[in-house]
Write a protein that binds this ligand. Structure first.
Ligand SMILES: O=C([C@H](O)CO)[C@H](O)[C@H](O)COP(=O)(O)O
Length: 185
């Protein structure tokens, strides 16, 4: 197959995910983000890259948002929100971070394929995304892509869709947000 044919298949896989995501749960997450003082986003590997993109856009909207593990990340306090993106819901470092956030009085949201995972069970808000976990075990979802790629792509697009929903709620547009874009680059 040609590369562009693979690309077309990837786009089709992504478009099939949309109807499998709960808008009700997404709205819960949007509202929680709007009412929380500080937002923290955690993820490992590629899931972590998607989280970083999301934090960047939240910053452009004026939200006090941090990537967990960065040198300049603030402290989580009671009432703050931690969003964990993990396909498996079992990544060890993220389980510890979720437990710590709960012990500090934070709210935990999990964006995951597996609501029954350890992180899913710790979470107060669960966004279930379709896809195969990275070991492609027990997957009810068929994908031509390796490991967790479909989940990770879906998560990036889901995060971008959340941003559009905030923009609508807060009356923001791209020009206003661009005013907060890094200019030392
Ligand atoms: O980097 C990853 C990998 O390439 C899978 O496709 C994962 O995102 C990373 O290992 C974290 O795993 P999950 O917590 O299960 O998302």
């Amino acid at each position: 197959m040609k590369t562009t044919q693979y690309l077309a298949e990837v786009v089709q896989e992504l478009s099939r995910t949309v109807d499998l995501i709960s808008d009700e749960e997404a709205e819960k997450l949007v509202n929680k983000i709007l009412e929380s003082k500080k937002i923290f986003v955690a993820g490992a590997g590629r899931s972590g890259f998607m989280g970083k993109s999301f934090v960047m856009r939240m910053m452009h909207m004026g939200i006090d948002a941090y990537v967990v593990g960065e040198t300049v990340t603030a402290n989580l306090e009671k009432g703050d929100l931690l969003i964990i993106g993990s396909g498996s819901g079992e990544t060890k470092t993220l389980v510890s971070i979720a437990e710590k956030a709960k012990s500090l009085g934070g709210t935990v949201a999990a964006v995951t394929i597996s609501p029954d995972s350890t992180i899913g069970k710790l979470a107060d808000i669960i966004i279930k995304l379709p896809g195969s976990p990275k070991d492609q075990s027990e997957s009810e979802y068929k994908t031509i892509q390796p490991m967790g790629s479909l989940f990770e792509q879906t998560m990036l697009l889901f995060y971008d869709a959340l941003i559009l929903r905030f923009m609508e709620k807060k009356g923001l547009d791209s020009t206003k947000m661009y005013g907060k874009h890094a200019n030392l680059e």
